[in-house]
Design a protein around this ligand. Structure first.
Ligand SMILES: Nc1nc2c(c(=O)[nH]1)N[C@H]1C(S)=C(S)[C@@H](COP(=O)(O)O)O[C@H]1N2
Ligand SMILES: [Mo]
Length: 317
């Protein structure tokens, strides 16, 4: 298991969000615009935004414009089209929120999310994100390492996997109402314990320095940048340490197409399309310029490849 810990910043070291967002805005050029911050903007946002400090693992690519990050989403609880989550998530209430950490741990606990956020070392991490549908974005997430939370819960010796569960609220999530039940609810996902403890794995509670918009998984979602996007389960209510490999939504729905591991791998095609390249959302549109080659482990091999040494990644896809 990874035993990684970064130094906790003293309060004086924490960069006010306005400062680093300013830096990010310079990097992103005109990417951050008021108009881009559209439907679903958190009405409950902290007045001053989220206080984070730049963490390790900053991608060098240009961040995807905020308007694309918040208007091209997969979140089946709000519909199937990429534009549905922005359109239909405004009534979702992400606060108050409890997140339970349970199962094979010495210290199970039901957290009030805001108390958890206040107690965690918050970071901003610019990550490359790659969807199984062969498109990609670069997103400045705000959050904390999942390992910090799991370490506090103290996994027991027989805990080998971590399972995650999304909220079920048909009254606020039109995609969960009968007749529209495209997936079985709740949406569930899982990681091996070492993957969950890897320093790249975070729970995100914001992006671009603001509270997570509803369509991006408010108020808390998983981000695992070397895996296809569907592993990044949104609106999480329950984290459970378990002994056996847990079921995952897309694997359950179509096991031939979506495996448990779901590592980004340009050499293993999806049965219905190639994974060798990706469409870069917000970069040059559909006509050239906006495509690039997909990298093994989404370019994070240095950090994660050793976890899969000796595994046949064609079988364990
Ligand atoms: N609960 C839940 N989580 C989910 C999904 C979903 O439908 N429901 N879609 C997944 C898929 S397929 C992707 S690509 C990412 C998209 O995250 P984004 O919209 O913030 O880019 O969320 C993932 N998490
Ligand atoms: Mo996806």
């Amino acid at each position: 298991m990874a035993r990684w810990s970064y130094p906790r910043p003293s309060p004086g070291e924490i960069t006010p969000r306005s400062v680093w967002l300013g830096r990010r805005q310079m990097l992103a050029g005109a990417a951050v615009t008021a108009a881009g911050w559209g439907a679903g903007r958190a009405s409950h946002a902290y007045g001053a935004g989220l206080h984070t400090r730049p963490g390790p693992f900053q991608a060098t690519e240009k961040p995807t414009p905020l308007t694309d990050v918040t208007h091209y989403n997969n979140f089946y609880e709000f519909g199937l089209d990429k534009s549905d989550p922005a359109t239909y998530s405004a009534a979702f209430q992400p606060r108050p929120w409890t997140l339970s950490v349970e199962g094979l741990v010495a210290h199970p606990r039901v957290w009030d999310l805001d108390q958890l956020i206040a107690s965690m070392p918050m970071e901003e991490r610019l990550y490359r994100m790659r969807c199984v549908e062969a498109w990609s974005m670069v997103i400045p997430w705000d959050g904390f390492a999942l390992s910090e939370l799991l370490r506090q819960a103290e996994p027991l010796g027989n805990a080998r996997y971590v399972s995650f569960e999304s909220v079920v609220r048909p009254d606020q999530m039109p995609g969960q109402r009968s007749g529209l039940d495209t997936l079985s609810w709740p949406y569930v996902e899982g990681l091996r314990l070492d993957e969950a403890m890897n320093p790249l794995t975070i729970l995100a509670v914001g992006l671009y320095g603001e509270m997570l918009p509803n369509q991006n998984g408010a108020p808390v979602r998983l981000v695992v940048p070397w895996k296809y996007g569907f592993k990044g389960i949104k609106s999480i209510t329950r984290i459970r340490l378990v002994a056996d490999m847990p079921p995952t939504t897309w694997n359950r729905m179509s096991p031939d197409e979506y495996g448990f591991y779901a590592n980004v791998n340009p050499e293993v095609d999806h049965p219905r399309w190639s994974q060798s390249s990706e469409r870069v959302i917000g970069a040059g549109g559909f006509f050239g310029g906006g495509r690039k080659k997909t990298l093994m482990f989404n370019g994070y091999g240095e950090q994660v490849a050793s976890m899969y040494a000796g595994m046949d990644l064609r079988t364990s896809y």
